[in-house]
Design a protein around this ligand. Sequence first.
Ligand code: SF4
Length: 291
Amino acid sequence: MAGNKKVPRIIVATKAGFCFGVRRAVRLVIDGIERNKKMCTLGSLIHNPQVVRNLAERGVLIVDSVDDVPDGYTVVIRSHGVTFEELSKIKERNLDYIDATCPFVKRAQDIVYKLRKKNYGILIVGDREHPEVKALLSYAGENGTVYPDLPENVEKVGVVVQTTQTLENFKRVVEDLKEKLGSISELRIFNTICKSTEERQREVIELSRISDVVIVVGGKNSANTRRLFDIAKSMGVDAYHIETDEDIDFSWFSDKEVIAVTAGASTPDWLIGVVVDRIKSMTGGIIDGRV
Ligand code: SF4
């Protein structure tokens, strides 16, 4: 595909940028600011430093725990959700709060809670350090474990997955579980990967097939962005994970005819626009629509 005389095509993914859950969470915080509420978030609202900085400039505080919420502030539960204990504390302190937990995350929490009530062992597939998984684990109580640990002394097991995991990894884990938990009486699998994640990941596979280089825009601390980057790399295409246009290196585009740009679920549209403009001015490339 290489050829340095041609004007490069720049393809921007249709699924790049804010997902439904992140857009909703940011909207809820901005609504609060516009109603002159004093707002704070439990941890960074989303995994994007530029958006978080912007909200901080508008007076939004970040606190590490419910104990740190100052009196008179409205606390926002971010899209990953919070643990059962944190929610109880918010209620105990009678704090004003806005629940921006994404409905897809909420669905996974509800499934876990129902499984717990029915005495299932609960296995969560995901990153045990991620706030979403920590929250799910809290809903599972003592019945919960995070893969590759396996539930012990249970007759039946229910499996859920972090909303932003890859379908491929989940399928691999399910196969492994069928083998390892073959002797239990019941194994119930719930695919709780959100639709937005699935679509975004499917699209980056498609983009990697038709492009010479894939640029993935998003916070370095954003798990779903890192997964997009990993998927592109695994497809054998040149791929780079950047946070802003300042991270771009011109040499990435030499001899490239098709440049793809995608972004994680917490990357704002304006930032994607700035990146695309920078690539355009560096390469003289033309936007070739979205895939
Ligand atoms: S990635 Fe999916 S689950 Fe997470 S906030 Fe966005 S829509 Fe919700």
